[in-house]
Design a protein around this ligand. Structure first.
Ligand code: GLU
Length: 325
């Protein structure tokens, strides 16, 4: 196993540092302010991490600083629901169709009367409702424990962000009532929302997210600990829905430009997964008009180009750079 700290000359370490440096001075984008805690983020915060399925991590920039995971929680709660209930039950409550709408659209698929997919708020709230057991502390703990196992360290919830989400999340409350009305909520509104908000409020750093992505890339098994965090069948379903729906209404441009399953969150985090190879994460709070991190998009596109990650790259069959090492 390569230790990036003791092997700073490894080609990927140098590449990650160069990509980080290239976009450091970007001034575009606006930090999310829909809850005060997120609005306090410094626009200059910026970190990149790449975690391979052999357990190595390469990183640059603000890689220790913690932020809340926000919507990058969505693929993981979907994976948990698939693991617990199987595809048929989960698809009875949330579909797998992309939507060109914003992440917080108050809309259901008119044909099915279900949320379009689990990567937008409506679908994630429906997914969370499936994970409600009636014991809110146990439900939160189970989610935090799963993310911790995927990241390989103990994580926790940012209680200030959680409370802020609960008190200001009126739009999500409206979505939950729409789901209730449609018969697409498997738990009471408050219980489903509390779990959903807790999921969004887990504190992580960019290395944690890259390691979680590497766990997905490694078909559900944490590459370092060997813990089987998600069942392999669930991972296939999660990655396919991330590929088509993970980047809000910017999913098409992402698929075109970067070409790997991904998920972004309003704290400025973007997570990408290269099946059986690596996970990467870029974090920087300023967002574009579609809610995706500006530096995150630019750095991810560079990583895809320079590591040959795009799934349809004519010069590679995924991660050709890694093959050459
Ligand atoms: N907690 C946020 C919300 O539900 C998550 C949004 C996001 O990261 O896309 O509004």
């Amino acid at each position: 196993m390569t230790d990036p700290v003791s092997a700073p000359t490894h080609p990927i370490a140098g590449l990650v540092a160069r990509v980080h440096e290239r976009h450091r001075d970007v001034k575009d984008g606006v930090v999310a302010t829909y809850i005060p805690e997120l609005g306090r983020a410094d626009p200059s915060w910026y970190g990149i991490a790449v975690a391979t399925v052999d357990g190595s991590v390469y990183q640059a920039g603000d890689t220790d600083r913690e932020f809340t995971i926000q919507s990058v929680a969505k693929p993981f709660s979907y994976a948990m629901a698939l693991g617990r209930f199987g595809g048929e039950r989960v698809q009875g409550i949330v579909g797998v169709e992309p939507t060109g709408d914003a992440f917080n659209a108050i809309a259901l698929d008119p044909l099915t009367n279900r949320p379009f997919n689990p990567m937008v708020n409506a679908g994630a709230i429906a997914t969370s409702s499936l994970l409600v057991t009636g014991d809110p502390v146990a439900d939160r703990d189970a989610f935090v424990a799963t993310l911790s196992a995927a990241a390989g360290r103990q994580l926790s919830i940012d209680e200030a962000v959680f409370r802020s989400e609960v008190t200001t999340g009126h739009r999500n409350r409206a979505i939950a009532y729409l789901l209730l009305n449609a018969g697409a909520l498997a738990a009471p509104v408050d219980a489903a929302l509390d779990l959903y908000f807790a999921q969004c409020s887990v504190k992580v750093n960019v290395v944690d997210v890259a390691r979680m992505a590497a766990t997905l890339a490694n078909i559900g098994t944490n590459p370092v600990s060997g813990a089987e965090v998600f069942p392999s069948g669930a991972v296939r379903d999660v990655l396919s829905v991330m590929f088509t729906c993970g980047m809000y209404d910017g999913a098409g441009l992402w698929a075109h430009r970067v070409g790997v399953p991904a998920k972004s969150g309003v704290s400025g985090i973007i997570m990408g997964v290269v099946n059986r190879r690596l996970g990467f994460a870029v974090w920087s709070p300023p967002l574009n008009e579609r809610g995706n991190s500006v530096r995150g998009l630019r750095a991810s596109a560079d990583l895809a180009d320079e590591l040959g990650l795009h799934v349809f790259d004519p010069l590679s069959i995924g991660a050709s750079f890694l093959d050459a090492l």
